[in-house]
Design a binder for this molecule. Structure first.
Ligand code: BES
Ligand code: ZN
Ligand code: ZN
Length: 506
C-alpha cells in the first residue's frame, strides 16, 4: 500500500511552491457575549501570508469556526497557487486534536479539487511543535483515506505529497520526532481501516491471518496463524463453537513484539481483538436490514493488528503479544445451537443462549490464552454489543476496567489520542445476569437491560485478577456520514489509544 508522502520543510511559507498552502486561524476573542464579533487571528507570523489574507479576513465573512474553510486563488506575494485558511475554532479550544481535524479538513478540501500536493503551515502561538507536527501528519494521512475502493470508474484522488512548513525558531528534532510518530500511527490506522473496509467474501479469517502475517514480516514481528486443529488441541471450545457453522476455517492470529531492552518488572502487554469477519448471528440469525454492516465485526481485531504495526515501528521498551480471534459466524447444519453447552479453554462451561453473542465467546478463549502467553496487562477491543451504541451513541465508545491503575494509564492515553471513550461499570452485582441454570455461565444476560455490561461481565470471567480493559467499539467502528476531516466508512477507532496505552508502560 502507498501512503501520502509527507516532509517537514523549514523554509519560509511564502516561498512554498505548492498547489495549495493551508494556514490555520483561530477566534481569539475572549468571553464576550455571543453576538460579539469574532476576533480572527491568523496563526502565523509570516508577513507575506498575513498580507495575502488580510483583505478577505477584514471582510468578516470568515469566522474561524472549527473546520471552516476559505480559499484564495493566486494569493499575492506567495509562491503557492492557492491559499486555504482553515478555522480551529475558539483559541482556547485549539488543541492538537483541533489541529488534527483541521489538517484533515485541508486534505479533504484538496482531494475532490484534483489537488495532489499541498503544504500546511505549523501554527504559531501556544502550541507544542512536536504535538503540532504529529497532529498535522496524522490528520492529513487519516483524511486521505476513502472507502470506495471497488468502484470500477473510481478516480484515485489521493494526495501524493504534503509538506509541513515549520516556522523559523522551532527546534528541528522535536518537530521531526512528532512528525514521524504521526506518520507511523496514521499509516497504521489506515492499514487497519483498509482491512475493516473489505467485505466478508474478500476478508475471511484465513485472509485476515495472511494480511497480519505479511504486516508482521514487513515489520520484524513474530507471527503465527493457527486454525481448527490447533484450536482443538488448545481446547478452545468457545472459539470453536462460533467457527463450526462456517465453511471458512477460523484463524487464531498471534503476533509478538520483543523490544531490545526491557527494564525489570515491566509488564507484558496483551492485546486481544474480536475478528469476526462476518456476523450473520448464526442460528440466532440477524434481520436482513443492515446485515451487510457486519463485515466490520473484525474492527477490534484489525485495530490490534494495526496497533502492532505502529508498535513495531515506534519500538517502546515493553513486550507486547497480540491475539486476534478470527472466525465467520454462520448458520448451517454444523452450527452451534441455542442451548448448546461448550467448554472454554479455561475449563468454564458456557450455555450458548444466543449464537449472535459470539464475540464474547471467541474473546473468552483469546483473553485466557493471552494470559497463558505471559500477558500481565490486558486490553481487548471488540464490536461487541448494540447496547453500547444505545447507551453512548456514536460519539463515545465504551471502556470497562477491573483495575484503577490500568484505567488511569488509559485516560492518559486518551489525552494523546484524542479518541473519546466513556467508562461503564463491570461490577460483581451484575454477575447474576450471566449465571446459567445448567452451566457455569450463559452467553447473554437474563434481561436485556445493561447489555454492554452483561457482555463485559462475561469477558471478566476469563481475565482472572489480571488488570484488564475492555473496549466496546460497536458504535464507533463505522461512520455512516463523512466529516469534513474524515471519510465515511471504517474509522480505525481504538488503535491510537491502544498504542499510547502500551507506550505508557515502557
Ligand atoms: N457484532 C454484534 C454487535 C454489533 C451490533 C456490532 C451493531 C456493531 C453494530 C454482536 O456480535 C451481537 O450481535 N451482539 C448482540 C448480543 C445479544 C445477542 C446479547 C447484540 O448486541 O444484539
Ligand atoms: Zn453477533
Ligand atoms: Zn458480532
Amino acid at each position: 500500500m502507498t501512503y501520502m508522502k509527507t516532509e517537514l520543510l523549514f523554509t519560509p511559507a511564502a516561498s512554498a511552491q505548492t498547489e495549495l498552502l493551508a494556514v490555520f486561524a483561530a477566534d481569539t476573542s475572549v468571553n464576550k457575549d455571543k453576538d460579539a464579533k469574532p476576533e480572527i487571528t491568523l496563526l502565523t507570523s509570516d508577513e507575506a501570508v498575513r498580507k495575502a489574507a488580510n483583505f478577505v479576513l477584514a471582510s468578516g465573512e470568515f469566522k474561524a469556526e472549527a473546520n471552516e474553510t476559505l480559499l484564495l486563488h493566486a494569493p499575492e506575494g506567495l509562491a503557492a497557487t492557492r491559499l486555504l485558511i482553515v478555522g480551529l475554532g475558539n483559541a482556547a479550544k485549539a488543541d492538537p486534536h483541533a489541529i488534527r481535524r483541521a489538517a484533515g479538513t485541508a486534505v479533504r478540501f484538496a482531494k475532490p479539487r484534483g489537488i495532489r500536493s499541498l503544504a500546511i503551515l505549523v501554527p504559531e502561538g501556544n502550541f507544542d511543535p512536536a504535538q503540532s507536527t504529529r497532529a498535522i501528519a496524522e490528520g492529513a494521512i487519516l483524511a486521505d483515506f476513502d472507502s470506495d475502493t471497488y468502484r470500477t470508474d473510481r478516480k484515485d484522488r489521493s494526495v501524493e505529497f504534503l509538506s509541513i512548513q515549520v516556522p523559523s525558531g522551532v527546534d528541528k528534532s522535536p518537530a521531526a520526532a512528532g512528525h514521524r510518530e504521526g506518520v507511523v500511527i496514521a499509516e497504521s490506522q489506515n492499514f487497519a481501516r483498509t482491512l475493516i473496509n473489505e467485505p466478508g467474501n474478500r476478508m475471511t479469517p484465513t485472509i485476515l491471518g495472511q494480511r497480519a502475517a505479511e504486516m508482521a514480516a514487513e515489520n520484524g514481528l513474530k507471527c503465527e496463524v493457527w486454525s481448527t486443529d490447533k484450536l482443538r488441541e488448545l481446547k478452545m471450545g468457545a472459539f470453536l463453537a462460533v467457527a463450526q457453522g462456517s465453511d471458512e476455517p477460523p484463524a487464531l492470529i498471534v503476533i509478538q513484539y520483543e523490544p531490545e531492552t526491557v527494564k525489570p518488572d515491566t509488564p507484558v502487554m496483551g492485546l486481544v481483538g474480536k475478528g469476526i469477519t462476518f456476523d450473520t448471528g448464526g442460528i440466532s440469525i440477524k434481520p436482513a436490514d443492515n446485515m451487510e454492516k457486519m463485515k466490520y465485526d473484525m474492527a477490534g481485531g484489525a485495530a490490534m493488528i494495526g496497533a502492532m504495526r505502529a508498535i513495531a515501528q515506534l519500538k517502546p521498551a515493553v513486550k507486547v503479544v497480540a491475539i486476534v480471534c478470527a472466525a465467520e459466524n454462520m448458520p448451517s447444519g454444523k452450527a452451534v445451537k441455542p442451548g448448546d453447552i461448550v467448554f472454554a479453554r479455561s475449563g468454564k462451561s458456557i450455555e450458548v443462549l444466543n449464537t449472535d453473542a459470539e464475540g464474547r465467546m471467541v474473546l473468552a478463549d483469546g483473553l485466557h490464552y493471552a494470559r497463558e502467553l505471559g500477558a500481565t496487562r490486558l486490553i481487548n477491543a471488540a464490536t461487541l454489543t448494540g447496547a453500547v451504541a444505545i447507551a453512548l451513541g456514536q460519539i463515545n465508545a465504551g471502556v470497562f476496567a477491573n483495575d484503577e491503575d490500568a484505567y488511569r494509564h488509559f485516560t492518559k492515553a486518551l489525552e494523546i489520542s484524542g479518541e473519546k471513550f466513556w467508562r461503564l461499570p463491570v461490577e460483581d452485582e451484575y454477575r447474576e445476569q450471566i449465571r446459567s441454570s445448567i452451566a457455569d455461565i450463559q452467553n447473554t444476560g437474563l434481561t436485556r437491560y445493561g447489555g454492554a455490561t452483561n457482555a463485559a461481565m462475561f469477558l471478566k470471567e476469563f481475565v482472572g485478577d489480571t488488570p484488564w480493559l475492555h473496549l466496546d467499539i460497536a458504535g464507533l467502528a463505522w461512520q455512516d456520514a463523512e466529516k469534513p476531516w474524515l471519510a465515511k466508512g471504517p474509522t480505525g477507532i481504538a488503535l491510537r489509544s491502544i498504542v499510547e496505552w502500551v507506550r505508557s508502560y515502557a
